[in-house]
Design a protein around this ligand. Structure first.
Ligand code: FES
Ligand code: FES
Length: 178
């Protein structure tokens, strides 16, 4: 946005680290983190559905914890570390068991919900292992999918749970070293 003569620029400088890369971006006071990620940083893997905190499509990690980026103001991310679904697709994460498991189990159809589901599952598997089907269903209960019937998603997370430590013993640590 440009300002005309006599107009004040009310944008606020936000410094944040996204997928290991430092950014300094001017954001409108009411701009959401989802908008900043998609429109200013061109990280369009984060999807926006309901924009009301209901569907989970916009889920990203803020300092390792899942948040609805449609509900978080961009300015609230100042000084924090954000991980988006693109962060699961880079560098050492390219063969991440979660990604493989989603392919193996046909856990997506249109893919609209998938980035949010992946980020929620990533947070879950980064902190807990040996998950039951109920554990996975509860953790993913805030991520709505209108296509899959969830069976493939549950199977994928169970597979990733089994393969996680064998394939990526220190994945999360590796991701945060950039
Ligand atoms: S777009 Fe954020 S929860 Fe639906
Ligand atoms: S795969 Fe279409 S909404 Fe989940």
């Amino acid at each position: 946005m440009t300002t005309g003569p006599g107009e004040r620029d009310e944008r606020i400088l936000v410094r944040l680290r996204v997928n290991g890369v430092e950014h300094a971006v001017r954001a409108e006071p009411r701009e959401s983190l989802a908008e900043l990620l998609r429109e200013k940083l061109r990280l369009t893997g984060t999807h926006v559905g309901c924009e009301q905190g209901v569907c989970g499509a916009c889920t990203v990690l803020l300092d390792g914890a899942s948040v609805r980026s449609c509900l978080l103001l961009a300015v609230q991310a100042d000084g924090h570390e954000v991980t988006t679904v693109e962060g699961l697709a880079s560098g050492a994460s390219a063969s991440h068991p979660l990604r493989r498991a989603f392919t193996d189990n046909h856990a997506l159809q249109c893919g609209f919900c998938t980035p949010g589901v992946l980020m929620t599952a990533y947070e879950l598997l980064s902190t807990r292992r040996g998950l039951s089907e109920r554990d996975i269903r509860v953790a993913l209960s805030g991520n709505l999918c209108r296509c899959t019937g969830y069976q493939g998603i549950i199977a994928a997370v169970r597979q990733a749970d089994e393969q996680w430590e064998r394939d990526v013993p220190d994945q999360q640590h590796t991701d945060r070293q950039h």
